[in-house]
Every structure is written in C-alpha cells, then in structure tokens.
Design a protein around this ligand. Structure first.
Ligand code: UDX
Length: 458
C-alpha cells in the first residue's frame, strides 16, 4: 500500500526519462518516476504489451500499478520504437531480462541487443544509460568498453540495482531503504542521485562493480537466511522444537533481525534462485568456489521435495492418491509462478502417480506447460473435494481464511500439510485433520514452548 505521497517535481525539474523493458521492474520504475513528475517513455519489444499499455491495460498483476498508470498517463508514453525512446530521453534505464543460462551464468543477450539498438538509434553524448537489470559484476565495464568501441565514449553509464519485491514494488520504489548508484564518472551519478532525492532515502555512491555486487550479495544473503531457517526447521522436527518460536527468539537479537526467518517449502520467484545461481557461477568463473551458496541452493531444492515424504508418511504410496495444491504463485500478492515451489511439488506428485488438483486465487490459466497434467480448479473447495490430502503452498489470505473445518468433511482422507506455517495447527487438529507444518512441534510441546515464551516476557 502506498501511504506517502511524493510531491511531483516542478515542470522545470522534470527529466526526460526512457525505460527499456516494460516487465515488472521497468514498468514499476517508469510509472513511479512519472508519478514523481518526470516524462517517461517506456519501450518494449512485445507489441501486444505495448498496445495493452496504450489502452490503459496493465498486463501484470502488481498492487496499485493500474491506478498509478491511469493517474499519470499524461506523462507516460509506451512505444515499440527504440528510435522514439532515444529521441525523447536523456536518462535511460535498462530493465530487460537477464535469465539464467544452462550453465547458471546470466544471459546478457538482451542487454547486448539494447546497446546495439541504442547505438543504431543515434544515442550519444548527454545521455546516461542506467542499468536496473541484475547483471554480473564486470558487465558495466564491458558495456563501457563496447560504447567506446562504437565511438560512444561520451555516453554515461551507471549501475542502479533494484530491490523491488513483487506485490509491494511501488511502495519499495517510492520508499526505498537505500538507493545504490554505481558510477564511472561522478557527474553521471549526480544526475541519478538528483532524481531520487525527493524520496529521502540513504544513497550509496560507489563504483559500478561494487553496485553490481551489492545486488547479488543482498539477494544471496536473504536466500541464505531462508535456507538456514529451513534447515533449523528440519532439525526442529527431529528434536521436538517449534521453528516459529525459535525464529522469534532469534530475531529479537538485533544482529540477526526478525525478517526472512519464516520457514517454509523453499524460496522461488524471478530473483532469488537466478541471482544465487549467478553469483555462485560468477565466483566459479573467477576461480572461487562459493561453497555456502552451493548449500543454500541444495537446501532449497530439497525443501520443496520434503512435502512428498510427509504425504507418504500418512498416505503410503501416492499412486492414485488425490492431492490438492492450494496456491501456485511463488508468494502471495503476485501471479508469478517462476521458480515457484508449486512447480516442483506438482511435478514430483505427478511422477509418484498422484492426481493433482490445484487452485490459486489469481492464476487460473496461462500456466500451460509448466503445470502440464495438473487439474486446475475454479475454487479451493473444488480442489479439495474428495482429496486425500491438501497442501497449502502459498499463504494467500483468502486460503488461510478458508472454512477449514467445513472443508475437512468434503475430503476423502484429511491429511493437511501447511507449507508456510500460516494455519493454526491446534485448530486444524481440532477440526480432525492429520496435520503437519514445517518445523513445528506437536501440539503439546508447542503449547509448552509458547507458555515459557510468555513467562519469559513477564
Ligand atoms: C526479492 C527481493 O526481496 C528483492 O529485493 C529483489 O529485488 C527481488 O527478489 P521477490 O522475488 O519479490 O523479491 O520476493 P520476496 O518477497 O523477497 O520473497 C522471495 C521468496 O522467499 C518467496 O518465495 C517467499 O515465499 C520466500 N520467503 C521469504 C521465505 O520462504 N521465507 C521468508 O522468511 C521470506
């Protein structure tokens, strides 16, 4: 939710901004900058997307974005043409995909294409290219060399990594924890700092290489926190402790902090898996074996599969068993299923011969190949009817708030796995479910742990 209004800059200070790539990052960046009073040209190669945006239809699900596009449409131009963008823009953000290749390296072909097109479109002196896409450390240096080789040595280049979370991206952009600006020349960094000044966030000015590394290191550290707490959860299950209480007790130490200590069935999304793999690869390419990240990735993969073991414990062989997957998105608040735990889980269940029925509040079609063999249902109730087991995969409020006791009676058997520790275990057991969370103790020991936790606070 956007709570703070940023006063748009006066006309005299409005910048002419270009954004190349109208995906999550590019769209949010462009639209937020327009809301700050700047004139923004967004360019994408997808004609259907550009047409939709020009008609006021936002092709992605991001909280508040449609409204912000509407409110600022007089300062937003959507185009297919690079010439058009280059002609109209001085500060040009690059926000194109850098997906992982088979080797785990980041695929920079789209970034390279942008540089070629920028040169062809007559880009030159006075313009600054600002890299928002996550690119391996050293990319900025290579792009600078390429610009020079093309006779474009006077074009500025900065790295300005994004830290936007899907679902809260607009708030993250307008109220950032920090703004990181990597520069070759201070005068170019100054222009970007001026752009962000109204947001009042701390600004880290650094070299391009350090800025590129800040992005990777931040995501890798957060992913490490998640894999760490997931391993603690797995040990908790063995020794009768409760990971939620353990995380709370740990997180009160300011050196640890409470965030990113929610145990679950693994992290997904468009950033963490790809960035962790790319940093590991980057280290490997420069001769360093990043052992910790190897484990972070492996723990995450195993975590997604642990649900299968839990289901087998209660149902035996899964051949022919009906399993309902509730939630498919990699987290609530988004329609994104890239690298979602649901994909691995569904594929594993199908490989075991189970019948998989799934429901997600915002994903109903378009999942195609990625969930081939999964029976998509229109409601959670339909997915759970006659099921032997249900797995809460994504903790959408509407799923957490289901009438679980009533649903219990519609199931054939009533095994319930809470993959996100979002449900009240005692209430679920009370409703007659055979219930398992992640790293949660039995009801009895959980009650005891929480009692002493309350006493400690007195
Ligand atoms: C992330 C970073 O937070 C953002 O700064 C970066 O720019 C892009 O990648 P996002 O991919 O939107 O953002 O997701 P985030 O909210 O960070 O969650 C990532 C994954 O970790 C989700 O699958 C989530 O379920 C999982 N997660 C998160 C946990 O399992 N436990 C936690 O405690 C936190």
């Amino acid at each position: 939710m956007v709570t703070r209004t940023i006063e748009p800059v006066s006309d005299g200070l409005a910048q002419r901004i270009g954004v190349i790539g109208a995906g999550y990052v590019g769209l949010v960046t462009g639209v937020c900058l327009a809301s700050m009073g700047h004139n923004v040209t967004l360019r994408d190669i997808d004609a259907a997307k550009v047409t939709a945006l020009n008609d006021g239809d936002v092709p992605i699900y991001e909280h508040g974005l449609t409204e912000l596009v509407k409110a600022n449409d007089d300062r937003l131009t959507f185009t297919l043409s690079m010439d058009h963008l280059v002609e109209r823009s001085e500060l040009i953000f690059i926000a194109v995909d850098t997906p992982p290749t088979y080797s785990g390296d980041a695929d920079l072909s789209r970034v390279r294409a942008v540089i070629t097109e920028f040169a062809k479109a007559g880009g030159g002196e006075g313009q600054v290219l600002i890299m928002k896409s996550t690119v391996p450390v050293g990319t900025g240096e290579r792009i600078r060399a390429e610009l020079r080789a093309r006779g474009l040595g006077l074009v500025g280049y900065c790295s300005n990594p994004e830290f936007l979370r899907e679902g809260t991206a607009i708030g993250d952009f307008l109220r950032p924890d920090r703004v990181v600006i990597g520069q070759f020349e201070p005068r170019h960094g100054d222009r970007i700092e001026a752009l962000y000044r109204p947001l009042g966030a701390p600004v880290v000015r650094t070299s391009v290489a350090s800025a590129e590394m800040i992005k990777y290191a931040s995501n890798a550290f957060l992913a490490t926190k998640i894999s760490f707490i997931n391993e603690i959860a797995n040990v908790c299950e063995e020794v009768g402790a409760d990971v939620d209480v353990v995380a709370r007790g740990m997180g009160l130490d300011p050196r640890i902090g409470p965030s990113f200590l929610r145990a679950g069935i693994g992290f997904g999304g468009s950033c963490f898996p790809k960035d962790v793999a790319a940093l590991k690869q980057l280290a490997g390419d420069s001769g360093y074996h990043f052992q910790l990240l190897t484990s972070v990735i492996e723990v995450n993969e195993l975590q997604k599969r642990r649900v299968i073991g839990k289901l087998k414990k209660h149902l035996g062989d899964l051949e022919g068993k009906r399993v309902a997957l509730l939630g498919l998105a990699f987290k609530p608040g988004t329609d994104d299923i890239r690298e979602a735990s649901s994909l691995v889980l569904a594929a594993r269940l199908l490989a075991e011969g189970a019948v998989v029925r799934a429901f997600d509040p915002v994903i109903s079609d378009g999942v195609g190949e990625r969930l081939r063999g999964v029976d998509m249902c229109a409601t959670a109730e339909a997915a759970m009817a006659d099921a032997d087991a249900a797995v809460l995969v994504t903790e959408w409020d509407s799923l957490v708030g289901l009438d679980w006791p009533a649903l219990r009676s519609t199931m054939r058997k009533a095994v319930l796995i809470d993959g996100r520790n979002a449900l009240d275990s005692e209430a679920m057991i009370g409703a007659g479910y055979t219930f398992e969370g992640i790293g949660r103790a039995s009801v009895r020991s959980r009650a005891v742990t929480e009692l002493s936790d309350t006493q400690d606070r007195r």
